[in-house]
Design a protein around this ligand. Structure first.
Ligand code: ZN
Ligand code: ZN
Length: 763
């Protein structure tokens, strides 16, 4: 089979861009079967893409009164229902014989059309990721069903004489409204510290009147000159370079600097330039980093918070934000990865903060990497992209070294004096006693920190109490009935939980196998168990566990971060949640309880991820005092990752890791594609995986590995096998896989195939 490498695209390193080939996909053939005689056939035909799992667009007749153009949102009949779609293209060569069997577009929606740049992006992402175009378009159309007229807010204002009976609560309301201005009803109740019933009572008595207020805007206009920061020379230089970039076309700049180097304020300069030029900016960040702390920092610079886009927006807010972005009413969006697909009216800048973060990879539905796709969108829209990180991904680092991306390096504000001193604790020689997880040397350091009234962080990237519970009497282990995984003991919730499918069950009073009671043993550490140990080691210390499963809302998270910042906590015990850019001014000691976790899982990026995580966590210490200290508990003190962190030698880590990737042909020096086959039982999944492997087109440069049973062989009751295709960087692996799937055998009912181009997870 011949491979068309002329159309390769390269999110691993964006050196050239072309839209990959895709088959022509008008659905003419469907209608070609019968011959029909039609004379009155001058009507225009348009192809409408419908946001469902289909790759091709459907043709419809375009009634003249709609004046349809590509990008317009329409309602069209589909089967027995009507649904929303996007006019994707004019059908330039309609088949005159089938025209009068086509249905008419039912309505044109009063919503700004999807711009050509976004439609091109959808086509591109679909072709690259091998996801159906309809599903990719769906991400751009995720405005919910609430796009109707805006709901007016119920407001109240002073209108009549005071009531006969004046209570303290009523007085409080009257004081608030004494200025005669109208306020939202709930807002007024909140501000006056009274219940809605008090307000309603005053309305009934005629003291207050009800009126309708326009809905509050999604976000007010940021002021680029609101608070111009006081920069060091290095920051000012980087800021000016970014402003320049915003004045130009497509470019990719890596803003490389540790927390505390002023990275955020520097990329705010690029945002300020875009705002000043009347164009929109998108700041992408891992959802978990999109905190009040960040929004407040933005407000401190621009006077107002940006619009937010993340999974916790309620449907109405989502719809209004979507619409405000499409009309250009919103000028800056801070959002999680899905914000990349929004219909910006005039996008002028994309910033990808924490560009190395694994959260940018979407692992279900459309498998895409938002950092790479941000570069693609930037290229299509001819706008600058800024990637920010203290520990750039190997992909980005290589792109910088090869001159494809530019690097702006920010030195630490105080000349690096604040980098914590880091020591390794060799667990094979000076580990803690059995059943304990804090080594004596680390415990001693925590004690000293507490005596000095400083904070300490114990980092363990494991939620729950213990990763495994077994019966001492018979060896029974609690495992998930749906997955190939142990159940994690969550004592706080009093449940045994599966971290893969969410299955949970209370811990039974006795062993389900041998009925022994009090025979359960917890194996290994989780943050809850560490909390118990810290409580015993450091009596009287105020301990707070920061773990995503214990923090239900963003609001709760903000409160806890505030408690830490204000020094109301002595010991923080945290999972990777604490690594995400929060600033803890009183923290001087970081102990990494299991630095090896995540190193030995057969993942080509394991070393990189471990390095990034440990580097970030260790860097939390001593930001303000300059007396930071970190301890790494490890069984492998000689591992290049541990040595680089202890030595504070980032360059040594990149040199070793880049050399290893190049030698083994792993990304970014080669390309990977995963094919994940799952089925209701093992033989059906394995059988299809084997037939699929057998159908791989022979190509000298491509190696197809597997099928192998997935490391987590069963998830949610589905048996899983994996195939991995490995190819040189120059090869169009998406195109190869497309050709492969075209000749693949049909899967049995219930067997599913997922394609993951540039996979990040290998589980
Ligand atoms: Zn037992
Ligand atoms: Zn499970």
């Amino acid at each position: 089979m011949s491979l068309d490498t002329s159309c390769v695209i390269a999110p691993l390193g964006v050196s050239f861009f072309n839209t990959p080939n895709r088959p022509q996909d008008h659905n003419k053939k469907d209608h070609d079967k019968k011959d029909r005689d039609n004379k009155a056939m001058a009507k225009r035909i348009v192809d409408v893409l419908i946001p469902v799992a289909l790759d091709h667009a459907y043709s419809y007749r375009a009634p003249d009164q709609f004046e349809l153009a590509p990008g317009d949102l329409v309602r069209v009949p589909l089967g027995t229902r009507e649904c929303m779609g996007v006019v994707w293209a004019d059908n330039a060569a309609p088949n005159p014989r089938l025209d009068n069997r086509l249905k008419d577009v039912a309505a044109k929606l009063d919503i700004p059309p999807l711009r050509p740049e976004l439609r091109k992006f959808v086509d591109w992402v679909s072709a690259y990721t091998l996801s159906s175009r309809g599903m990719v378009a769906r991400m751009a159309l995720r405005m919910g069903e609430h796009l109707g007229p805006e709901r007016l807010q119920v407001g109240i204002r002073l209108a009549g004489p005071p009531p006969e009976r004046l209570t303290a609560a009523r007085r409080s309301v009257l004081r608030l409204l004494a200025d005669g201005l109208a306020r939202g009803k709930t807002e007024a109740a909140h501000e006056a510290g009274v219940s809605i019933a008090v307000i309603n009572g005053l309305v009934d008595e005629g003291t207050l009147e009800v009126l309708e207020l326009p809905a509050a805007p999604v976000a007010s206009a940021p002021d680029p000159t609101y608070a111009v920061p006081d920069f060091t020379a290095a920051q000012a230089g980087a800021g000016a370079a970014l402003r320049d970039a915003v004045r130009g076309g497509f470019s990719v700049t890596l803003l490389d600097g540790v927390t505390g180097s002023g990275k955020t304020e520097v990329y705010f300069e690029a945002v300020a330039e875009a705002v000043a030029r009347g164009r929109q900016s998108l700041i992408l960040m891992p959802e978990i980093a999109l905190t009040g702390q960040f929004l407040d920092r933005f407000a401190a610079r621009f006077g107002v918070r940006p619009a937010e886009w993340h999974s916790q927006l309620n449907p109405r807010r989502r719809a209004r934000t979507w619409h405000a972005i499409a009309t250009g009413e919103v000028s800056v969006v801070a959002g999680a990865r899905s914000a990349l697909f929004l219909p910006y009216a005039d996008l002028g800048l994309i910033v990808v903060d924490e560009e190395h973060d694994g959260a940018y990879k979407q692992e279900d539905g459309v498998h895409y990497h938002a950092r790479d796709m941000a570069v693609v969108r930037g290229h299509i829209a001819k706008i600058p992209v800024v990637l920010a990180s203290a520990t750039p991904s190997i992909e980005t680092e290589v792109n910088v070294r090869r001159g494809r991306y530019r690097r702006l390096h920010l030195p630490e504000r105080f000349g690096g004096a604040h980098l914590p001193a880091i020591e390794a604790i060799d667990l094979t020689r000076e580990g803690p006693p059995r059943g304990r997880f804090v080594a004596p040397r680390l415990a001693e350091a925590v004690k000293i920190a507490l005596e000095r009234k400083e904070q300490a962080l114990l980092f363990l990237n494991r939620r729950g109490y213990a990763p495994l519970t077994l019966c001492r009497a018979c060896g029974f282990r609690f495992s998930c009935p749906n997955c190939d995984a142990w159940l994690v003991d969550h004592r706080f919730r009093r449940q045994l939980v599966c971290h893969h499918c969410g299955f949970f069950t209370p811990r039974p009073p006795s062993c389900p196998k041998c009925q022994a009671s009090d025979s359960f043993v917890a194996c290994g550490p989780g943050v809850e168990r560490l909390e118990e140990e810290a409580g015993a080691l450091f009596p009287g210390a105020r301990i707070l566990v920061l773990s995503s499963d214990l923090i239900v809302t963003a609001e709760r998270m903000r409160e806890e971060l505030k408690e830490i910042a204000e020094g109301r906590v002595d010991i923080i015990i945290g999972t990777q949640l604490v690594a995400k850019g929060h600033h803890f001014p009183r923290l001087n000691l970081v102990g990494i309880v299991d630095a090896d976790l995540g190193l030995n899982n057969g993942d080509p990026r394991a070393a990189e991820r471990t390095f990034q995580l440990l580097h970030q966590v260790a860097g939390r210490a001593g930001r303000e005092t300059g007396r930071g200290h970190g301890y790494l508990q490890t069984h492998q003190p000689q591992h290049p990752v541990m040595r680089a962190i202890v030595a504070g030698d980032r360059e040594a880590f990149y040199a070793t890791e880049i050399e290893a990737r190049e030698r083994t042909g792993y990304p970014p020096f080669g390309r990977l594609a995963s094919l994940i086959i799952s089925g209701p039982d093992r033989p059906s999944a394995e059988g299809f995986a084997r037939r699929l492997a057998g159908a791989a087109p022979p190509a000298e440069a491509v190696r197809v590995l597997g099928p192998a049973e997935a490391p987590i062989a069963v998830i949610r009751g589905r048996h899983r096998f994996r195939l991995l295709a490995k190819a040189p960087r120059s090869l169009d692996l998406s195109g190869y896989v497309r050709g492969w799937l075209a000749r693949a055998p049909k899967a049995e009912t219930g067997v599913r195939l997922e394609v993951d181009i540039d996979p990040v997870s290998f589980l």
